[in-house]
Design a protein around this ligand. Structure first.
Ligand code: NAD
Ligand code: TYD
Length: 375
């Protein structure tokens, strides 16, 4: 058994006497850490359990400020270990689940899809099974599955994804998330499991592992390394500040309708090249570099296989039904993000030491650096 009580409670057998016990999976990762912090700070009478395997992407430093909160419990455990999940349900009366744990990086899914099948599909099914066994009638319970807009595939220059968009996942990551979404829905239809799903666009902000575009660019600018843009840098993503996603998750969990899907987005589309230029200009100011010096680091490299051209979300349902909308505009969010990475150099050097160097070498050394003059 790998389950272990680490912080925030005095014994493994402690039972929740509070208003609600919520099991968050993947709470030591990027989005999960913002969700956990928000729930711990806003709902003092809840018990927030954070179940996380602490893979390369999980980092307890993300939650240092709340690790001793009396309503917070960290449980180190893997979703692929059924005994561990059973232990959680045996030890706590879980009222709700917010399921974020996943392998989350598209490029890793291209070089090694199996881990994505394991964690994202099998891990989700293991969690669904445990919830089904524990929640006999499901009354008052909710299984909230956090998914991505990537399950809908790629858009052309027009249109946006919404709750009725067909599933056409293109990357192994997207396929594994799509399969998980289908399993969650199937458990609702077949066993009556009370579920909600949300599909969100690209997040950015503090705590994001620097394999993803924005923190990778920040880290490389700091280190005067090339800024690799795939293909022509023309792909478009809809960026949402991570705390806005955490707020949406809080609202959907508490107010969303069982059996419904909610699309969450930033209404903030950026072509990768334009985003990189914006970030370079901001970094030049922050680092007091000559204007235009970071932009010279932009390099176009071999494209990602199956690279989706464009993602964009129509979030009118969550706006209309739950009153949620993004509150942090891109200029403000990027400023906060850059400041965070510049102030948290220890975090950055910790996560980019050792295994990250090997990852970076493997992912980028094989790509042809075609030119470094942005068109
Ligand atoms: P992340 O990679 O930063 O964090 C994932 C967390 O899950 C890590 O803490 C890791 O240790 C944990 N984990 C991985 N495998 C596990 C396992 N087998 N058992 C237990 N824990 C495990 O991911 P993220 O970017 O924070 O994404 C969180 C969720 O949100 C994912 O489900 C992802 O698909 C979804 N999502 C992410 C984005 C985005 O832009 N990052 C956008 C939409 C949806
Ligand atoms: P990423 O942050 O990996 O998110 P996702 O693929 O899930 O959308 O990538 C965002 C965009 O940036 C995507 O179009 C791929 C591109 N990209 C690069 O051009 N260079 C890079 O080094 C990375 C990591 C991504």
């Amino acid at each position: 058994m790998t389950l272990r009580l680490v912080a925030g409670a005095t014994s493994w057998d402690i039972k929740a006497h509070c208003a609600m016990t919520i099991l968050v999976t993947g709470g030591a990762g990027f989005i999960g850490s913002h969700v956990v912090r928000r729930l711990v700070q806003r709902y003092r009478d809840y018990t927030i359990l954070n179940l996380d395997a602490l893979t390369y992407a999980g980092n307890l430093e993300n939650l240092k400020d709340i690790e001793n909160a009396p309503n917070y419990v960290f449980l180190k455990g893997n979703l692929l270990d059924k005994g561990c999940i059973d232990d959680v349900f045996g030890s706590y009366s879980v009222d709700g689940i917010i399921h974020l744990a996943a392998e989350s990086h598209v490029d890793r899914s291209i070089s090694g899809p199996s881990a994505f099948v394991q964690t994202n599909i099998q891990g989700t099914v293991n969690l669904l099974e445990a919830a089904r066994a524990a929640w006999k009638d499901g009354q008052g319970k909710r299984f909230y599955h956090i998914s991505t807009d990537e399950v809908f595939g790629s858009l052309g220059q027009e249109g946006r994804f919404d709750e009725n968009s067909p599933y056409t996942p293109n990357s192994p990551y997207a396929a594994s998330k799509a399969a998980a979404d289908h399993f969650v829905r199937a458990y609702g239809t077949t066993y009556g499991l009370p579920y909600i799903i949300s599909n969100c666009s690209n997040n950015y902000g503090p705590n994001q592992f620097p394999e993803k575009l924005i923190p990778l660019l920040i880290n490389n600018i700091v280190n005067h390394e090339k800024l690799p843009l795939y293909g022509e840098g023309k792909n478009i993503r809809d960026w949402l500040y991570v705390e806005d996603h955490a707020a949406a998750i809080d609202q959907v969990f508490h107010q969303g309708t069982i059996g419904e899907t909610y699309c969450i987005g930033g209404g903030n589309e950026w072509e990768n090249l334009e985003l990189a230029r914006l970030l370079c200009s901001l970094m030049d100011k922050k680092l007091q570099h000559a204007e235009g010096s970071s932009e010279k680091l932009i390099t176009f490299v071999g494209d990602r296989p199956g690279h989706d051209l464009r993602y964009a979300i129509d979030d009118s349902k969550i706006r209309r039904e739950l009153g949620w909308k993004p509150s942090v505009d891109f200029a403000e969010g990027l400023e906060r993000t850059v400041n965070w990475y510049l102030q948290n150099t220890r975090w950055l050097s910790h996560v980019t030491s050792g295994a990250y160097q090997e990852y970076y070498e493997k992912m980028y050394s094989g790509r042809d650096h075609r030119r470094n003059t942005p068109s």
